[in-house]
Design a protein around this ligand. Structure first.
Ligand SMILES: NC(=O)C1=CN([C@@H]2O[C@H](COP(=O)(O)OP(=O)(O)OC[C@H]3O[C@@H](n4cnc5c(N)ncnc54)[C@H](OP(=O)(O)O)[C@@H]3O)[C@@H](O)[C@H]2O)C=CC1
Ligand SMILES: CC(=O)[C@H](N)C(=O)O
Length: 270
């Protein structure tokens, strides 16, 4: 992948922290930032993957990296991440709240702990990390925060009920914060991908036979990062998603919700 000029200009020599950097969109974000010359703090639970990625990106792009394993379902993890970075004098100019997962299937038959942890990782950890890193950015009058939402954040989604709700939380949180902190030189953006090539489906449970085309994670990462730098408070990188979100404005939500129920209904539900 060739480096994006706007990303190199913005992030060369700066430090970015990427959560969920062991797979999918997180890896793509790390790759794009490394190509732009950014130094990286990589975090997730699977440390072997993080270390392999860090080594590869150091060799390919001559950047600096730090690997910090963390389970963001643990309420102590955000503080530990903060202490291991800004607490040690390492200024984070770009925080990417990417870690997250979903569940596909009936809420009724799902595991409660899995649902609870989804809220903890997708929402609570995002608020916690953002609250910790924001003051430093404001003090420096410089900083960017990217939060992974989803096209699932634009309507209720049956059989992904909790997941879609966590993503509307992420989207509204990012868009509201962008308005609050823009005056301090901090940009915030919600990246709202549609179906994207990653390990999401392996964790969430397989989807029904789908006609939708999956977008490469590298494309999603590039569009999200460039949108953030351009001051966009939200980015939908998937063209089908942009059309869908626009068209939905003219249709009552209960009709949209019913259509989504049909689309995602598992074969086991009659
Ligand atoms: N793929 C898609 O179609 C879409 C994805 N998204 C969003 O993009 C983001 C990335 O997902 P995607 O790349 O697709 O999925 P992947 O499953 O490929 O990657 C998820 C990442 O999140 C990390 N993660 C999950 N749970 C935890 C945890 N408890 N603590 C720390 N890290 C955790 C995983 O690391 P590890 O397991 O090593 O801890 C992994 O690095 C998510 O927020 C997702 O909601 C949004 C729209 C569409
Ligand atoms: C899983 C997602 O968040 C995605 N937007 C999708 O439509 O599948």
């Amino acid at each position: 992948m060739t480096a994006s000029a706007i990303l190199s200009k913005t992030y060369k020599g700066k430090w970015a922290l990427v959560t969920g950097a062991s797979a999918g969109i997180g890896v793509a974000l790390a790759e794009d930032l490394a190509a732009a010359g950014a130094n990286l703090v990589l975090t997730a639970r699977r440390v072997d993957r993080l270390e392999a990625l860090a080594q590869r990106l150091q060799e390919q792009h001559g950047i600096q990296t730090r690997v910090i394993p963390a389970d963001l379902a643990d309420p102590a993890a955000p503080q530990q991440l903060y202490e291991a970075t800004e607490g040690q004098g390492l200024e984070i100019d770009l925080l990417i709240n990417n870690a997250g997962f979903g569940y596909l299937g009936e809420f009724l038959r799902s595991d409660l702990a899995f649902q609870r942890t989804m809220v903890d990782v997708n929402c609570a950890a995002v608020v916690d990390l953002t609250h910790r890193y924001l003051p430093g950015m404001v003090k420096r009058r410089r900083g960017d925060i990217l939060i992974l939402a989803s096209t699932a954040a634009y309507q209720p989604v049956a059989y992904m009920a909790t997941y879609a709700a966590t993503k509307v939380f992420d989207r509204y949180f990012a868009e509201a914060l962008a308005e609050e902190v823009g005056r301090y030189g901090v940009r915030v953006s919600a990246l709202c991908p549609g179906p994207t090539e990653s390990e999401f489906g392996q964790v969430a449970g397989s989807r029904k036979e789908e006609k939708r085309k999956y977008q490469p994670a590298a494309e999603v990462a590039r569009l999200g990062l460039e949108g953030l730098v351009q001051g966009k408070t939200w980015v939908i990188p998937y063209s089908g998603g942009r059309i869908q979100v626009f068209a939905q404005r003219f249709v009552p939500r209960r009709i949209i919700t019913k259509a989504a129920e049909k689309m995602f209904r598992p074969d086991t539900v009659k």
